[in-house]
Design a protein around this ligand. Structure first.
Ligand SMILES: Cc1cc2nc3c(=O)[nH]c(=O)nc-3n(C[C@H](O)[C@H](O)[C@H](O)COP(=O)(O)OP(=O)(O)OC[C@H]3O[C@@H](n4cnc5c(N)ncnc54)[C@H](O)[C@@H]3O)c2cc1C
Length: 330
């Protein structure tokens, strides 16, 4: 079996599709394996794929050619292969020791986006949130404008129930399609999920591949202005254009993480090259070449200080994944 897999990688490498050496993470035959058309990279630096611009390498990084390719790839994986699904990495801290297993990168693929029946939109998870906002407005529909300033994909927005300006992703979702570890597609109604603040209970070993959105006709036709107003509001209150992950902590009940952090005097606080934004205290900026350990240490520092000063436990909204580097000192 291993010989067959090795041959597959050698063959694929000759065709230039694959950029890596044989490994043991695939389980099936050469015949099935050769159907894969996506791009695989070994030891891919995750700093290239996260908005914090830091973090270690992914052992394997796979960008499928399309949905069939993704299903085929999943069907061939060893069942214990660790997987991380990646959109635009705008809510992700990858530790400096990197990621074991395979990153499934979907930004720019699974990017089908179309309006049907007047008010519905089909959207693949690789589509950028901003595109969904723009397309809905262009089609004289409303309800998707809040997505304009969220710098992620629809996959990340579904997984995080991303929201802004009083709206949330799942408010406009009717149904989704998911894929499981065996590469089988599953249709699910929005009502199959428990939805909360930056939370959705996606079953284990199942991931989003597309969504059907329900928008509303925009009688006034002022969608472009609403998007611009949202973007202006962000630019006024957030350090847009800096390497960050947006809000680091969830807002506690009846309060704001930013208010608590600012009240603790932490604006401008540095750990290494990571610092609390002067503009918005719930943002941590990579001010140069901050390591993931700098950022994680600052997160811990903020949590301890806010607990000490206010008795409130701040819970990170960002997903912290991967292995600590040996020299992190944790
Ligand atoms: C400047 C800035 C402003 C921001 N403003 C907001 C805001 O206003 N509101 C808000 O909610 N967030 C905001 N964010 C955070 C972030 O943009 C959102 O959480 C976004 O939805 C993440 O999308 P992504 O594609 O980057 O996801 P990633 O960071 O790539 O992934 C986030 C999580 O989703 C999982 N995931 C990704 N794709 C899938 C999939 N297809 N199926 C299952 N799981 C998946 C990942 O495994 C990971 O756990 C902001 C971030 C930045 C940098």
């Amino acid at each position: 079996m291993q010989n067959e897999i090795n041959e597959f990688y050698e063959q694929s490498n000759q065709s230039g599709i694959w950029a890596y050496e044989p490994t043991t993470h695939m389980k099936k035959s050469k015949q099935q394996a050769t159907e894969i058309r996506g791009v695989m990279k070994l030891n891919e630096p995750m700093m290239k794929h996260t908005s914090w611009r830091t973090g270690g390498c992914a052992e394997r990084y796979f960008k499928p050619a399309d949905i069939d390719d993704l299903c085929c790839f999943l069907g061939q994986l060893a069942k214990d292969e660790p997987l991380l699904w990646l959109g635009l990495g705008s809510n992700l801290l990858v530790r400096d020791g990197g990621l074991k297993g395979t990153v499934i990168a979907l930004s720019g693929v699974l990017n089908d986006c179309r309006i049907y029946d007047g008010v519905n939109m089909h959207v693949g998870v690789g589509v950028a949130c901003a595109k969904v906002a723009r397309m809905s407005v262009k089609s004289e529909l409303t309800s998707g404008e809040f997505l304009a300033g969220i710098p992620g994909t629809m996959g990340g927005a579904l997984a995080m129930n991303a929201g802004a300006f009083g709206e949330e992703t799942w408010n406009i979702v009717c149904s989704v399609e998911t894929v499981n570890r065996q590469g089988q597609k599953i249709k699910r109604a929005a009502s199959d999920f428990e939805i909360g603040y930056r939370y959705v209970n996606l079953p284990e070993d199942e991931w989003f591949i597309s969504a059907e959105l329900l928008l509303k006709p925009d009688e006034g036709g002022k969608g472009v202005e609403r998007i611009q107003a949202f973007l202006n509001q962000r630019a006024e209150s957030q350090p847009t254009g800096k390497a960050s992950c947006g809000s680091v902590f969830r807002n506690p009940d009846n309060d704001y993480a930013a208010r608590l952090i600012e009240a603790s005097g932490l604006k401008g606080k540095f750990v290494g090259k990571a610092c609390v934004s002067e503009k918005h205290a719930n943002f941590i900026i990579n001010s140069g070449n901050a390591s993931a350990a700098d950022i994680e240490s600052l997160i811990l520092f903020i949590q301890e200080k806010v607990m000490l000063d206010h008795g409130v436990e701040l819970v990170p909204e960002v997903k912290i994944v991967g292995e600590q580097a040996c020299h992190d000192g944790f």
